[in-house]
Design a protein around this ligand. Sequence first.
Ligand code: SAH
Ligand code: SF4
Length: 425
Amino acid sequence: MNVHESEKLAGIMEKIGYSACSEVEKADLIVFNTCCIRDTAEKKILGNIGDIKHLKKGKPSLIVAVVGCMTQQEGIGESLKEKFPFINVILGTSNISELGEAVKEIESKRKKTYKNIPTDQMPDIEEDVPVYRTSGTNAWVNIMYGCNNFCTYCIVPHVRGRERSRRPDVILDEVKSLLDEGYKEITLLGQNVDSYNYEGVKFKDILEGVTKIDGKFRLRFMTSHPKDFDSEVIDIIRSCDNICNNVHLPVQSGSNRVLKLMNRKYTREKYFDIISEIREKLPECGITSDIMVGFPTETDEDFADTLDLVKKVRFSNAFTFVYSPRKGTPAAAMEQLPAAVKKQRITELVNLQNAITKELSEEYIGKVEEILVEDVNLKKAGYVMGRTESGRLVNFKGGDDLVGQFVNVKINTSKSAALWGERND
Ligand code: SAH
Ligand code: SF4
């Protein structure tokens, strides 16, 4: 999601005459795209902003903009301005197209601008925002913005506002033109794609619409929510060759007590039911997840339930997080766990998931998989890297002429998450 937003920011800047540069010291304009989902992300960005203070001193004409969901929190705009007076523009999340105007204004008047649209006044969806795409063969396409779920740990609905679905025809037109431009993989994005709804048009309709577009390409989507996951989506994946056998279904916790406190609105039993249905109908499907440890009041038993769920489901991979209190969310006011407990739990969870990922990787050995080549392998000359349909990273010998092509590869070895093979076509 944030990568795609950075692509939009870069697109807006390109339209007013800026181009990307690789050395920050040479930049005339620096745009920080922030994230406040966890404390670590927020601390990192504050450190990064602080790091450029000296650049501004040596080059007073440097324009500095801070954009994104961090600035959308109440009072943050003011405190950022206070802490880093050299910032020229502060802008929220959904009004990013205003960045172009703000930068032009500063260029011409050398004037400080300050803008921050509060979430309760989120404007309508901005279409026609130029995009400077950076993700090679894959193009990200938002189908919706915001979130209505209010999981008790999460800041997203507070900083990104309520759910807004994009018009189906706009989505389909964007996908068509991306495929015409040569992109080979489309990833549909939303905080909860299952609740996409535009005047009765549902997510499954979008999937069906996109998959009917001519040409060979892969279609992915994220994120699915277990409370809304629609079985029909499994049937559509099964019946459409170009929708990848890959579902990202964040579980967060394996404990019903914690899931309830998180306001996730499903139980572990319901989660297991969805997994069984996916496995039954799509045996080759890669299932990935987001899992959190250290939610307030999480007991040893609750955590044991999470480990148990991870062992039973056997995710091909998982993003694992330590709970981080976010100001203004209900969980931040609950009784917090000691850092040492959280640390011990995340280590145990990561070790377990790594072992499972490694075991599942070994199951690929000897198989021939169709790989969409994404890039050359920057760490190993003469090699390229790409993904299986299920989302596994595969490395094999080849040159940059293969980037963007579908190639059959026989898997020979596995090194934890990554697979290595040779061409087989
Ligand atoms: N909309 C998606 C995920 C959005 S955020 C969903 O509902 O699953 C991505 C992940 O960040 C979440 O799945 C969650 O695991 C993690 N996350 C969100 N808030 C967090 C917090 N306060 N502390 C730690 N992890 C958090
Ligand atoms: Fe956050 Fe929950 Fe919405 Fe995901 S569904 S963005 S975790 S509130």
